[in-house]
Design a protein around this ligand. Structure first.
Ligand SMILES: Cc1cc2nc3c(=O)[nH]c(=O)nc-3n(C[C@H](O)[C@H](O)[C@H](O)COP(=O)(O)OP(=O)(O)OC[C@H]3O[C@@H](n4cnc5c(N)ncnc54)[C@H](O)[C@@H]3O)c2cc1C
Length: 416
């Protein structure tokens, strides 16, 4: 944090105002929404990263399009902060929240000392996102994730060296999308999941089997029903990898029949990179400090109509929060959520946020997958339409109402 920024921060604190923690899509949407209605209220944006504005969904499309991280940045953090007239404390970690004195403690990650600065708030918005889960078998110093542009940028640089073998662990939406992106960029891709098919936590087996078939026919090696037990660095002394280093990925069938002596030990995979795409979790530390109600599985609990937390003057938005016990980690609802928070903070009358689950679209080109409602694999899924080219299934709830629909279509064959 620069001295200049510090002095601006303390004067903002003296005037009080809005403090936003996190400069992802959620944090910036709140700034846009407030500034659309009030150009005067002081806003301080505190973020552990640079604060650069970028569209995170692009991270699973960028490598095959030969786009670097800098191509994805729509505005630098400092430039966007100047335009919106907000005080940006970039590369600054919020370490504590005191809801009684209405202050936060921050530490600059760009400086070597551990000096803490205290900043006051009148209203605060938690927009701190969720971070990747790394199971013990996937050591963080050996595996990549694509949940942030900085880490993505480092991975992209490594992959630019030429065709490589990448193992992706976790075939949810992000894992399945990045698998196709890397394949299209010319890399060999192995996608590994505990389940027999991609998206198996969200959709029924009849639907996911089509997705598995489509990505395999593209050339992605899909290992369904396997668990990665270890990733370790090995030295191959070959010239086709930096310093001759590769990664050994040990994996095994998820459940083996102990009496079956025919099961052969599996040859480990030898790859250049491993990407973990094994889910997200919200850090409990700041919500706990602020006395904010928190669910370990779904994140910060908010009131559905106002997006207020149970702590006075504290709101939450984006990946870090959940509504009615459901986390909704998608971009589409952010604009309406931010508008509600802006109105509530500014004391404007508003009709309340009305949460509508967004339409979910897999970005893969091998197959078209579109989901509406709140899907979950388990439940009473019924086939509406079934042909070679199309599958439509509804999830029927206990009241016989449709709570989700999945539509899967074969991609259109390009005209010769
Ligand atoms: C690869 C990928 C592809 C995706 N594709 C799609 C898609 O196609 N469609 C879709 O709708 N959604 C998609 N999503 C989800 C969507 O991108 C997210 O829901 C959204 O970007 C979340 O924004 P956020 O601001 O809540 O969180 P984040 O972007 O994670 O931002 C959190 C911010 O908080 C800061 N922060 C965290 N802790 C602290 C702290 N203690 N102190 C200071 N700052 C802190 C971080 O530095 C960061 O700036 C995708 C996600 C990924 C990862």
């Amino acid at each position: 944090m620069s001295v200049e920024n510090l002095s601006v921060a303390s004067s903002t604190a003296a005037r009080k105002g809005v403090v936003i923690i996190g400069a992802g899509l959620a944090g910036w949407h709140v700034i846009d929404a407030i500034r659309a209605k009030d150009t005067e209220i002081p806003i301080t944006l505190i973020t552990a990263d640079s604060g650069d504005r970028y569209h995170k969904p692009m991270l699973t499309m960028a490598i095959s399009q030969n786009k670097r991280a800098s191509d994805l940045v729509r505005a630098s953090g400092s430039g966007a902060a100047n335009t919106a007239e907000v005080t940006l404390l970039a590369n600054t970690q919020v370490t504590d929240i005191d809801p009684v004195s209405q202050t936060v403690q921050v530490r600059s990650t760009a400086q070597s000392d551990d000096a803490l600065t205290t900043i006051g708030y009148e209203k605060m918005v938690l927009a701190m996102g969720a971070h990747p889960i790394f199971p013990k078998s996937l050591p963080q110093d050996l595996v990549w994730h694509v949940n942030h542009i900085e880490r993505f940028s480092q991975l992209q640089e490594k992959l630019a060296a030429g065709s490589q073998h990448v193992a992706i662990v976790g075939a949810g939406m992000v894992g399945t999308e990045i698998a196709e992106d890397l394949l299209k960029a010319g890399h060999k891709v192995t996608l590994i999941d505990l389940n027999d098919a991609p998206l198996s936590q969200m959709l029924p087996a009849k639907a996911t089997a089509r997705i598995a078939k489509a990505i395999e026919s593209q050339g992605i090696q899909f290992l369904g029903g396997y668990q990665v037990s270890a990733v370790a660095r090995i030295n191959c002394n070959s010239n086709d990898s930096e310093d001759g280093e590769k990664l050994q990925v040990d994996y095994a069938p998820l459940s083996t029949d102990a009496d079956n002596t025919d099961i052969q030990p599996l040859e480990p995979l030898i790859v250049d990179h491993v990407i973990a795409s094994t889910g997200l979790t919200v850090d409990e530390q700041l919500p706990a400090a602020a006395g904010v109600e928190f669910d370990r599985r779904t994140g910060i609990v908010v009131d559905a109509a106002t997006l207020r937390t149970n702590a006075a003057n504290i709101y939450a938005i984006g990946d870090c929060m959940s509504i009615n016990g459901v986390a909704c980690r998608y971009v589409a609802p952010l604009r309406a959520q931010a508008a509600t928070i802006a109105d509530d903070i500014l004391g404007h009358e508003h009709s309340g946020y009305d949460h509508k689950p967004p339409m979910i679209r897999l970005k893969n080109k091998a197959i078209s997958v579109m989901v509406t409602g709140v899907p979950q694999a388990a439940g009473n899924w019924q086939v509406k339409t079934e042909s070679d080219d199309e599958l439509i299934m509804d999830l029927i709830d206990d009241n016989e109402a449709v709570s989700a629909t999945v539509t899967i279509k074969a991609p259109a064959v390009p005209k010769a």
